[in-house]
Ligand binder design. Structure first.
Ligand SMILES: *Cc1c(COP(=O)(O)O)cnc(C)c1O
Length: 350
């Protein structure tokens, strides 16, 4: 947006690397990673594979590319993947799987908790018949809209997919948030899946990068696809160093973001005209009564509080992260209360 945003709750992608992370980047040993020569990238890939309980992993420029590599590694032209209507790799990635992979999505309705009904998944798996696309893959997302998928659900859904011969991919852009929220290690959440994509540039606070993890053969395939998609980088150890720093220092602290999100949700839910769902992790959705919506949005913006608004500002998304701590939450709640204390009648209190 602009420099007038002082407390930026729009997304956890807005985090900026601090001095210690920048020092790690500056000191990184580098080489040409397309030649396989960058020791820092190799270290990050080995560390991530180890943490996720997979054989190998691949450092990629973005989560979007990581998901696209996954879809293209699992599916050939004319294959299809089963995915949620609200899933990032269906809805928010510019149709890349269709455009660049000739892969057909088979979207299904996400339930309010983010899951896909097992019966819906099973009913949409196509028989081997020349009329149909070949159903190859089930893609789930965890967290999805900030919600943590229940472990038992993931086990049941992936087991069912496997019974039908499908592979399973996890868009785990925020899987570390899910792991911290559940108090389990991240490999527990990755285990049911063949491949996993993880973002380093969300709550973990790195400036750039995602990691695609899986078996050695699928990662070798992924390495070729990464090159094809223009994601082969040279001295990318500079970026991988930020990722390594993030894994070392910014995982456990996600619990602070979750606590801040709960405090934010609690504070906002006490205000008239707002209805707030209890967050599992670091994302708070707020419904704003239509009569206040635009004035409330304007008031927050005027106070330097950045939030993401949709549907005429009646739906807000607040995301907590490294750069909006307790104090920012207190400031935001004070600004929100001030609006309603001023007897908000649809005119902004300024
Ligand atoms: C952010 C995000 C991505 C994509 O990451 P980019 O690095 O922004 O391309 C993929 N999946 C989910 C669930 C995300 O939140």
């Amino acid at each position: 947006m602009n420099t007038a945003v002082r407390h930026d709750f729009r997304s956890d992608t807005v985090t900026r690397p601090g001095p210690a992370m920048r020092a790690a980047m500056a000191a990184a040993e580098v080489g040409d990673d397309v030649f396989g020569d960058d020791p820092t990238v190799r270290r990050l890939e080995a560390r991530m594979a180890d943490m996720l309980g997979k054989e190998a992993s691949l450092f990629v420029p973005s989560g979007t590319q990581s998901n696209l590599i996954a879809l293209m590694a699992h599916c050939e032209r004319g294959d299809e993947y089963i995915v949620g209507q609200t899933a990032h790799c269906y809805r928010w990635e510019a149709g890349g799987a269709a455009v660049l992979g000739s892969i057909q999505p088979q979207p299904l309705t996400n339930q309010p908790d983010g899951t896909l009904l097992l019966a819906d998944i099973e009913a949409t798996i196509k028989p081997d018949d020349p009329h149909f696309a070949r159903t190859r893959l089930l893609a789930l997302e965890n967290t999805i809209g900030g919600k943590v998928l229940p472990l038992s659900y993931v086990d049941a859904a992936t087991a069912m997919a496997r019974r039908h011969g499908l592979a399973c991919h996890l868009d785990g852009a925020r899987v570390f948030n899910a792991a911290v929220a559940l108090g389990v290690s991240v490999d527990t959440l990755a285990r049911p899946f063949d491949t996993v994509s993880v973002c380093l540039s969300k709550g973990l606070g790195a400036p750039v990068g995602s990691v695609f993890a899986g078996s050695a053969p699928i990662i070798a395939k992924g390495r070729r696809l990464r090159k094809m998609l223009g994601g082969g980088l040279r001295q990318s150890g500079i970026l991988a160093a930020a990722g390594l720093y993030a894994l070392e220092h910014n995982v456990e602290r996600l619990a602070d973001d979750h606590a801040n999100a709960r405090a934010l949700a609690q504070g906002l839910s006490a205000l008239p005209g707002l209805s707030v769902s209890k967050p599992d992790t670091n994302i708070v959705f707020v419904n704003v009564a239509a009569k206040y919506a635009s004035a409330f949005a304007e008031h927050l913006a005027g106070q330097g509080i950045g939030v993401t608004s949709a549907y005429g500002a009646t739906q807000q998304r607040w995301v907590t992260h490294l750069d909006v701590g307790k104090a920012a939450v207190a400031t935001a709640l004070a600004a929100a209360s001030e609006f309603f204390a001023a007897g908000a009648t649809g005119t902004p209190a300024r």
